[in-house]
Design a protein around this ligand. Structure first.
Ligand code: B1M
Length: 216
């Protein structure tokens, strides 16, 4: 593998945001594709941190600074990951569900959606069901996209689907779910419409659903 890619992974693990930024810029200047920098540099570094976190070899502060370095790196990549000049195909509301503060995956989903020309209203993290419903009323999106990273917050996806039913809006909204603990079986069990395993497939599935909805 390219040396600069390994350096990006290492700098991310060490939480060195400024160095990650410089290295990502250097990798782009070398002509390394943005997708490869993301997968083999940034996400690979985050995977190592995740494994160490699981094994109690690093703790929340280290994970947080690595997460910040990840965000700095993805910000540099954003224009390169987006399909240039993609014209607007529709609108999505996106958020991490109530009780859950993880936003790195959600932010990647936003980036990939925008790259497909899907306008995103990002509600942030810790978003309660009623806020998704309220935003739906205000924004009239094609898709409501929910992210969850904790087994303890997966249930909020079910609560959000129920909130749309209770509001009489369920048949007007396509609900997509994703995040590390989420599976297709879970998606079906809570009555959501689409499960996507990663940000790129989420964007593809969202675009397809929007085009199908609009009869294109
Ligand atoms: Co947390 N955390 N965390 N954490 N954290 C996990 C999720 C955990 C698996 C780590 C572990 O123990 N092995 C574990 C959950 C265990 C469980 O639920 N069974 C855990 C825990 C326990 C916790 C705390 C409770 C720890 C504590 O305080 N004791 C706490 C909870 C806080 C809260 O949310 N209320 C906590 C806190 C944190 C930090 C704040 C330190 C930090 C978050 C920083 C941030 O997001 N700004 C953090 C992090 C970084 C992680 C790990 C290490 C990495 C997550 C990540 O960003 N991965 C994570 C371990 C892991 O996942 N292996 C862990 C990179 C990211 C690109 O992947 O988000 O999975 P991911 O997104 C993927 C896919 O899932 C998908 O696309 C992305 C790839 O393209 N995807 C979607 C995501 N959303 C999607 C939506 C879609 C479609 C696809 O459609 C809408």
């Amino acid at each position: 593998m390219n040396a600069v890619i390994d350096e990006i992974s290492l700098a991310l693990q060490q939480g060195k945001a400024k160095i990650v930024k410089e290295l990502v810029e250097a990798a782009l200047a070398e002509g390394i594709p943005a997708g490869e920098i993301l997968e083999n540099g940034l996400l690979a570094g985050m995977d190592i941190i995740a494994e160490k976190f699981k094994l109690n070899e690093v703790y929340v502060p280290e994970v947080l600074i690595a997460a910040r370095a990840m965000s700095t790196g993805t910000a540099v990549l954003k224009p390169y990951l987006a399909e240039s000049g993609a014209k607007s195909v529709g609108k999505a509301i996106l958020g991490t569900v109530k009780g859950d503060l993880h936003d790195i995956g959600k932010n990647l989903v936003r980036m990939m959606f925008e790259g497909k020309g899907i306008e995103v209203v990002d509600l942030g993290v810790d978003v309660p069901p009623e806020k998704f419903v309220e935003a739906f009323r205000e924004e009239s999106p094609d898709i409501v996209a929910l992210s969850a990273l904790l087994t303890t917050t997966m249930g909020e996806m079910k609560n959000t689907v129920r909130a749309f039913s209770d509001a009489g809006l369920r048949d007007r909204v396509v609900i997509m779910v994703g995040g590390a603990p989420i599976t297709n079986d879970f998606c079906e069990s809570i009555g959501a419409d689409i499960y996507a395993a990663d940000a790129a497939s989420a964007a593809n599935a969202a675009k397809q659903a929007i085009l199908a909805r609009r009869g294109v």
